[in-house]
Design a protein. Sequence first.
Length: 430
Amino acid sequence: MRRRAIFGTSLAVVAAMGLSACGGGGDGGDGGSKTVRITLANHVWTDNIKKALPEFEKQTGLKAEITQLGEDQLSDQYNVKLNAGSSDIDVMMYRPLQEGRLFAKNKYLADLSEQVKANKDWDFGDFQSGPVEATTYEGKPVGVPIITEQEVLYYRKDLLAKAGLSAPPKTLDELKAAAAKIKASEPDVAGFVARTGKSPAVTQFSSFLYSFGGDFVDGSGKAAVNSEAAKQAYAFYGGLIKDSGPANVSTDMGWPEAMAIFTQGKAAFYTEANSLYKNATDPAKSKVSDNVGFAPFPAGPGGSKPYNIPSWALGVNSSSENTANAWKFIEWATGKAQTLAQQKSGVPGARTSVWADPEGTSTFPKDLVEAIAASTKDGVGHDRPLVVKVAESREIVGQPIVDAITGKDAAAAADTANAAFQKFLDDEAK
């Protein structure tokens, strides 16, 4: 049966690369190969796990063969090999919210329903609900989250004290008022900064959307970016940047540009992923490292609902002929001991028990740990639309953000985006 192309690669290209569309490379059937072939992304998680591999090999008697690639190379490799049904990848590190739905829909990821139940000590119930939601497809687990992110509020302690604010804002209305107050009293400092680029901003905007009570789609799967909650969220986010953001703010900022403004001392508040916190607290990177504080994402009308997502997960290639041993690697790499070791090195994991362990949070700032705890409690397991063509969807739902920042009618922009997004959803469902 012909596989669906991931990014449009034809079978002719696959054939030209010497790969068979029916797979190959296994030796002796499932469980027969003592070598587990693992494809991982360039990441500190990968560097850490490579150092620990002798432990895995000693425990299991298996050999781990690692292929480590940059994100673009990783996508290219998956594009060709998974589309061809190749069996020479056993374990795959993938991005649940970027390509997870596509991989699951095309049946590239094995159903792990039986594996996650098999070992009570491994304890699948220990994983946070948001990341598990993102690695589940049609009710079946197809991956195990290994790296998580939550959106939190970064702020300047010194500027709050100077403005007479005794604590960081607990609500979005308080954030708006505090940002306006600081900007009015500090001409060279923005009250608030965040991502402004049409696609990059969708991630950070999502927490505002959820906290206003909205989402990208409704319960029946229909486009919902023009709901009353969504319109309010677009207007709020755009208005916050327009009124209290940096002077002459551009509408193409991703996290590096927004973070630079904050770390150069040019903003009081900044909502961003917790995983980037060392950029703000490292004196070598930040002029304000001594004055950075962290707080939970402020509550909106719908409560405090930041995203709590897995940025990366491990899955088993459904065409692998070595699935039993592939699972042995995942079980070890995502177990409590390895998750604790990773988290101590600064890689946020998805296990509740590790976050509850003082050793697991010993290397994080205390107020950041508290902010993360609040985020994981009520966090939402996606930070963008859950679709196959993620990049295209972000362009559509991100346009009202840009329009609101530039002073256009956010409600009208949301109506236009909703019509385009519904057509996108309809087309994708065909």
